[in-house]
Design a protein around this ligand. Structure first.
Ligand code: B1M
Length: 198
């Protein structure tokens, strides 16, 4: 459904799958598979940007129906500041990660997309956060992630927070090389790491 940009019917299909007892995480995996397939076609020039936009809308429509099935924690175990790095407008993966984190008892302060280093740092101070989550989908905007970590260091906050970077192009090795504590291209794996930290 994602690969066919069927944004009109995806909500009903997700509802039906949830009623049939399908695990919401399995549905997220299917979304990611569809998005990957579309991304590859776009890369090969087989799809237009307008179709990429429709895929985004389809993913969002599906996530809206999925969200209530994942939310549920009543108290929180840590505060996490989350945002997509400066220059990057992709937010679907970040929202998946944030939604899962809320469901597992984190208070998530979601700063949205195109978040600069100053806003990350300000939000850490204002919310006394212990985790900073940075999402990044473009190889070009990966270059903006080290700046956030440097700014945390400059403001004397790096020792107080753990930093996780996530997104399709991110690897744990790269994240550690730039001074983060962890990196992943999988929301569930990212959450496992955060749970180990608290
Ligand atoms: Co964009 N885009 N896009 N796009 N887009 C990609 C990323 C791309 C790989 C497609 C391709 O060419 N194959 C490519 C990047 C290539 C590169 O950098 N090498 C690309 C490009 C080029 C662009 C533009 C530059 C296109 C243009 O304008 N010419 C442009 C950039 C705009 C900008 O950001 N400045 C652009 C725009 C867009 C849309 C706006 C049309 C739309 C985004 C809509 C939105 O987010 N609201 C869009 C989409 C939909 C995609 C693809 C097709 C799908 C992304 C997605 O939502 N996936 C994508 C192809 C792909 O990913 N293979 C592509 C589903 C989502 C659930 O997965 O985001 O990977 P993902 O999140 C995963 C994990 O990565 C992880 O958890 C999620 C679930 O496991 N995760 C975290 C994510 N964040 C995390 C944070 C964590 C932990 C885990 O901790 C903090």
């Amino acid at each position: 459904m994602v690969a066919n940009f069927d944004f009109e019917n995806i909500g009903a299909a997700v509802e039906e799958a949830l009623k049939a007892g399908v695990d919401p995480l399995e549905i997220i995996d299917l979304f990611s598979d569809g998005a990957r397939e579309v991304g590859e076609k776009y890369e090969k020039g087989e799809l237009y940007l307008s179709e990429l936009v429709m895929v985004g809308e389809t993913l969002k429509a599906g996530m809206e129906v999925l969200e209530p099935a994942i939310k549920g924690a009543k108290s929180y175990k840590a505060v996490m500041v989350l945002g997509t790095v400066e220059g990057d407008l992709h937010d679907i993966g970040k929202n998946v990660f944030g939604m899962l984190a809320r469901g597992q008892g984190f208070r998530v302060v979601d700063l949205g997309v195109d978040v600069n280093k100053e806003r990350f740092v300000q939000a850490v101070k204002e919310n006394d956060a212990s985790i900073v989550g940075i999402s990044c989908l473009l190889t070009t905007t990966m270059l903006n992630v080290p700046g956030v970590i440097e700014e945390l260091e400059r403001q004397g906050l790096r020792g107080k927070v753990r930093v996780i970077v996530g997104g399709a192009p991110v690897t744990d090795d790269w994240a550690k090389q730039i001074g983060a504590d962890a990196g992943t291209n999988d929301a569930v794996e990212g959450l496992e790491v955060c749970n180990r930290w608290v």
